[in-house]
Design a protein around this ligand. Structure first.
Ligand code: AMP
Ligand code: ZN
Length: 123
């Protein structure tokens, strides 16, 4: 897709800090992090929004989601359990869709946000 920022990032025409890549996906650090860990996972195939995906895309979407805990583990914000076996840390996964969903870049992307209380914007 011409003139798509994230297509250009996936094609390395615009620089980014890569954290993962395979044939289908590319993941990189968000340029304006909202938390100590803020990564974006994108499909190399261009989809403008989640609404442009169909059930046939479920394996690709599942792969994006399944990558999130692996990245969280690597970046130190995976779900951990305390001595009582209760979840004691974790991360947030978000896909903003369309203007009312707060989407700014129109190439499907999954935010992986971690650190202390990332939903409060604490750093
Ligand atoms: P959204 O509001 O869900 O569309 O999120 C777009 C995200 O892309 C924001 O968190 C931006 O900080 C991030 N972003 C925009 N441009 C770049 C870039 N060149 N490299 C990395 N992240 C970017
Ligand atoms: Zn694109």
């Amino acid at each position: 897709m011409e003139n798509c920022l994230f297509c250009k990032i996936a094609e390395k025409k615009i620089p980014s800090t890569a954290v993962y890549e395979d044939d289908d996906l590319y993941a990189f650090k968000d340029i304006n992090p909202h938390a100590p860990v803020h990564l974006l996972v994108i499909p190399k195939q261009h989809f403008s929004t989640l609404s442009d995906c169909t059930l046939e895309d479920a394996p690709l979407l599942g792969k994006m989601l399944a990558l999130a805990p692996r990245l969280a583990e690597e970046f130190g914000c995976a779900v951990r359990y305390d001595e009582q076996g209760r979840p004691a840390a974790g991360f947030k996964t978000v896909i903003n869709s369309g203007p009312d969903g707060g989407q700014e870049v129109y190439h499907l992307h999954l935010h992986v946000i971690g650190g202390a209380h990332p939903w409060r914007g604490e750093r």
